[in-house]
Design a protein around this ligand. Structure first.
Ligand code: BTN
Length: 245
């Protein structure tokens, strides 16, 4: 089989484009855009997507097992982005649960995984990745959160965007096939090697309220493990901040 590979000059969002064509695009299709007019981040935030600087890519991966089997997929994509950086010779980034790729506290790449289909049956994941290759001062100001770029990690020498895109595509094709066979269990050890929260004092805000504890890694389903006086809790979703010790 052959996945589609498309580069658009401008589009609302590469993930929207996959969503619109979910019925016809082959598995492991990749859609890239030079610029997005309505780039989306997690929690309804915008993802600023000016032309000429960064990589905006969405990938379609179909799964037969249904999304009951997909826990940890978004964390696995974090590991896949870390592999991409390693292939480019870029060091100094890590993962903040669930899947922010950070360096010096600033976001280097954002990952948005959206699922559609059945709980136990055919389903599809739309995996959107935005990589900050080269930022401008204006973009840093508009971002509304600390951000960082690959140029900064590579000592001012931004890697060629085509190399970033090519490495990311290669890592996604391989990594998503691996996930299909092994699930997050195949990624949990690698995740641990990049985990920025392990051993850190954490504050969590979630549907059930607020919690403090110490990061104790992630489990084989991708849940965050939190050491608390009441024991180790496993957390499926929350907003996490590192407390000042
Ligand atoms: C986040 O909030 O951290 C996730 C950001 C995801 C951005 C990427 S860019 C390509 C794809 N298209 C979108 O509209 N969003 C994702």
């Amino acid at each position: 089989h052959v996945g589609a590979l498309e580069l658009h000059w401008e589009i609302d969002s590469t993930s929207n484009e996959i969503q619109r064509r979910l019925g016809t695009l082959p598995d492991l299709s990749m859609i890239l855009a030079e610029t997005q007019s309505a780039g989306r981040g997690r929690r309804g935030r915008a993802w600023l997507s000016p032309p000429g600087l960064n990589v905006y890519l969405s990938c379609l991966k179909r799964f037969d097992a249904g999304f009951a089997a997909l826990s940890g997929l978004s964390l696995a994509v974090g590991v896949i982005v870390m592999r991409t950086l390693a292939a480019l010779g870029i060091q100094g980034a890590g993962l903040k649960w669930p899947n922010d790729v950070l360096s010096d506290g600033g976001k280097l790449a954002g990952i948005l995984v959206e699922l559609s289909g059945e709980y136990q049956g055919p389903c599809a994941a739309i995996i959107g990745v935005g990589v900050n290759v080269r930022l401008t001062a204006a973009l840093r100001e508009q971002a509304g959160q600390p951000i960082n770029d690959l140029a900064n990690l590579a000592h001012g020498q931004a890697p060629d965007r085509n190399l970033v895109a090519a490495s990311l595509i290669a890592a996604l094709v391989e990594g998503l096939r691996q996930f299909e066979h092994e699930g997050f269990a195949g990624f949990v050890e690698a995740y641990g090697g990049h985990d920025l929260l392990r051993g850190k004092p954490l504050h969590l805000q979630g549907a059930l309220g607020e919690l403090d504890g110490v990061g104790a890694g992630v489990d084989a389903r991708g849940a965050l493990l939190l050491q608390t006086p009441a024991g180790v809790l496993s957390i499926d979703s929350a907003d996490v901040t590192v407390r000042r010790a």
